[in-house]
Write a protein that binds this ligand. Sequence first.
Ligand code: CU
Length: 464
Amino acid sequence: MTTLTRRTLLQRTAASAGALIVPSFTTAADGQTIQHMTIKPATQVLFEDAASPLWTYEGRTPGPVVRATKGERVRVRFTNHLDEPTSVHWHGIRIENRMDGVSGLTQDPIQPGESFTYDFLAPDAGTYWYHAHNRSWNQVARGLYGPLIIDEPDLPFPKDRDITLILDDWRLNHEGVLDEESIGSLHDWSHAGRLGNWLTVNGESLPTHTLQQGKPHRLRLINASNARTLQIDPTLFKAKVLAYDGQALPEPSAVPGSPLLIAPAQRVDLLVVPQEGFSVEEVSGDEGFAFLRFDLQGDTGDPVPVPAISQNSILEPDLENATLHSLAMEGGAMGGRVAIRHKGQILEREEIMATGQFWVMNGDAGLTDTPFFRAKRGETVILEVINSTAFDHAMHTHGHHFRILAPNGASIDETEIWRDTFLIGPRQTIRIAFVATNPGKWLFHCHMLEHAAAGMNTWFEVIG
Ligand SMILES: [Cu+2]
C-alpha cells in the first residue's frame, strides 16, 4: 500500500471541470433577517468519485458565503446536529467579544441539539471567514468553515468579477477519502501540524472557472488549511495584491516576491486582468501542483479601469507610548528539553503524551486562569514573539489587526500592511503593534490548529 502524494493523486485524476459555486446568501441590510445554518455530517467528493464523510455547515464544505455590506448587521443562527459541542468564530473581523465564538473563553459551546445566534455589526469591509472554534483541529479538518465577505458600500468590483476562492489542504487516505484515523495524531501535534496531500478550491477538485478577458477581477484567496502554508507565484499570471487579511492596500501593489506565502487562516485579495487563460500552482513541492484553472471568455474590448478599494480605518499604534509584552514560544519536536506547565502543574513525560501538550508560551501550555496581559482600551500594545521552536507558526490575534514592526524574513514589506495572522519562522523574533480597541477576552494563538491544541494558546484582556 503506497502513501498517496499530491503527485500520485494528480496522476490518478482526470481533470474535472467543477463549477466554482459556493451557495451564497446575503444578509438583509436592516439586520431583521436571521439566516439559519445546520451543522451536520454529510458526504462530499473531494477526489475523483470517492465520497468523504465530512462535517458541514448546511450539508457542504465550505459552508454558504455569509455576505453583508460594511456597517450592516449580520445574524446567523446555527443549530448543532453533531455529536459533539461546537462554536463558530468569525475570523479577522473586529466584532463584539461575546460574538467571537471561542468555546470556553467568550461563550459556552453549542451543545448537540442546541442553537446559538451570532449577531454583530460588520465594522470593516474585506475578506474574512468563519470556522469552528471548539476542538478546531478536529472540526476544521472535517470541513467546518466558510467565507465571510463584507462588501465596500460602493461595490468596487461587480459581483461577476469578485471571486471567492477558499483553499483547503486535505489529508486523504489511499482510497482518496478523508483520512479520519490520523486526525488527532500526536506526531502532527508535536511537529508541523496536519499536512495534507490534496488541495480543493471551494470544496472542488481541480476546478476550472471562467474570467472575462481584459477585465479587472478580484480573487479573494482564503487559506482554510489546518496547518499548510500555501505557496503560490502570482507573478506567473501578472497579479497584483489588493488586500492582506481583509485590509485593502492604498493601491494595488506588485507581488513583492515569489513565492507568496499564505499561512493558515491568512487571506490575500489579488487583482488579475487576464489576457490569456492560466493555472494557479502550489509551488512548495519539488514541482508545481496546479490546483485551479482559469479560462477566458469575451474579448478585450475597451480597457476597464481598475476600481479603487476604500480602506477601513484602523487606529495607528502609538509606538512612543506603547506597552511591551514578550512571549517566548518553546517546545515541540526538536525543541530540546522544555518544562511544560499545564493547568498550573509541570507535566511529567507520560503526562505530556497523555495530554498532548507539547508547546509552551511563556512556560504554559494552553489557557491559563489569568491573561497573558491586560491592556486598557486605547493603549498601544507591542507584542514581541520569540520563536525558539524548530517550526513555523501562524500567530493570530482575535479582535484586532496589527502592524508588523520587525521583518519576518518574508519578502513582503509587512510594515505597510495590516494583518490578523502572521507567519513566524524557526528562531525568529517578531514584534507586532496594535491599539487595544476592543474590550473583552481575546485569544492569541497559533493557527496551525494542532499546535493550538497542543498548547500554543493564550489570551489577553482589553479593559474599559
Ligand atoms: Cu504553530
